[in-house]
Design a protein around this ligand. Structure first.
Ligand SMILES: [Fe+2]
Length: 362
């Protein structure tokens, strides 16, 4: 596949925008949303039926993501019990006292507890932030040990587990993590196929993937209309793909190109899949990384966001733009991009400085 196959989506103008985290557009997005007003497309992965290598899945993903950059995935093969237990663990964590939660306060490797209103989406030019996000999180990443060549730097340090919640809490989260990592690897192969490549084209970039599992609680707000801010201010995700499990309460919204915000209704037994900045770049702009947000509500809301990203030291450039094209020299170092966003968005990374809590969903 070449740039010409992608038409205007692979132009230099589009790629220049790809390096901005919040302005990755696909012209078909406007058309699709304007024309239909329908909910997000649904892609049945058919994994539960043993059809995991069905080429129709790649085609369906391409159709869905070319329009919205967002879709629901069903038939994903992650057992309902594992998801239910994960949500119970999420509630259990956030039901602890603040002191107990602070015992695993987020460490310099971005693992642990992120308290309410301690992140602000300052990397977004979609909308000027009015204050920190109204949410709290427990963050777990891929396990690494001291033998890792990057141990002690960036995100390469230990996860933190609250002693009070015991081994079962950790076991539930690790089971969910493993199931979601397996699903993400499957999706990565299908996305490669959807871009017209062999299913293993991404494999060299995912030998040591960067993975975030974020257990989120959005607190109830008595009068949401009178409170400035969001559960998560408008942003795009920084990495490859995001898979979000919702608890049945509204709040997640995706931005229409005309500026309207459209709700992503909770859908049972599904995950919301969205394209993030790095995958959008890899796709040559074929799939947009679309701005989204979480609004405030009167009841508490729980969700689990699973971010599956490439190896930290991955240089990313559009797969579908051939050597010699004006765009081939455009590339982004995933790890640098990640750390730049973290440095700007999280208060804990500014301890001892004059900077206030600045926000990314991840
Ligand atoms: Fe997000």
């Amino acid at each position: 596949m070449s740039c010409s196959d992608l038409g205007p989506n692979c132009s230099g103008q589009t790629l220049s925008r790809l390096f901005l985290p919040d302005i990755i557009h696909n012209p078909s997005l406007a058309t699709a949303l304007m024309a239909s007003h329908l909910p997000l497309p649904v892609v049945d992965l058919n994994i539960h039926q043993g059809h995991s290598d069905d080429p129709g899945v790649a085609q369906a993903l391409d159709r869905a993501l070319s329009g919205f950059g967002f879709c629901y995935v069903t038939g994903h093969g992650v057992p309902r019990e594992i998801i239910n237990e994960l949500f119970q663990a999420n509630r259990q964590f956030h039901a602890q006292t603040e002191t107990e939660k602070q015992s695993v306060q987020i460490n310099r490797y971005h693992r642990g507890y992120i308290s309410d209103q301690s992140s602000t989406l300052v990397t977004s030019s979609i909308e000027k932030p009015t204050g920190p996000n109204h949410s709290a999180s427990f963050m777990v990443m891929q396990p690494v040990d001291s033998a890792h060549p990057l141990w002690g730097s960036a995100v390469f340090g230990p996860n933190q587990w609250p002693d009070e919640l015991g081994a079962r809490f950790r076991g539930v989260i690790e089971s969910y993590y493993q199931a979601m990592a397996e699903l993400s690897r499957y999706l990565t192969r299908q996305l490669a196929r959807a871009l017209g490549h062999n299913t293993n084209v991404f494999d060299p970039f995912f030998t040591d993937p960067t993975v975030f599992l974020r257990l989120l609680r959005y607190p109830p707000i008595k009068s949401p209309g009178r409170v400035k801010g969001y559960g998560a201010a408008p942003h795009t995700d920084h990495g490859f793909i995001t898979l979000v499990a919702q608890d049945g309460r509204r709040g997640l919204e995706v931005r229409h190109p005309d500026g309207r915000w459209l709700p992503i209704e909770p859908r049972p037994a599904s995950f919301v899949l969205n394209v993030a900045d790095i995958l959008s770049l890899w796709s040559g702009g074929r799939w947009p990384s679309t701005p989204h947000r979480v609004t405030l509500g009167t009841t508490e809301r729980f969700s689990a966001a699973f971010f599956f990203d490439p190896n930290f030291d991955t240089w990313v450039e559009p797969l579908n733009c051939p050597n010699g094209s004006p765009n081939h020299s455009k590339s982004v170092h995933y790890g640098d991009y990640l750390m730049a966003r973290f440095d700007r968005n999280y208060a804990y990374r500014h301890a001892g400085t004059d900077e206030s809590a600045p926000a990314s969903e991840c």
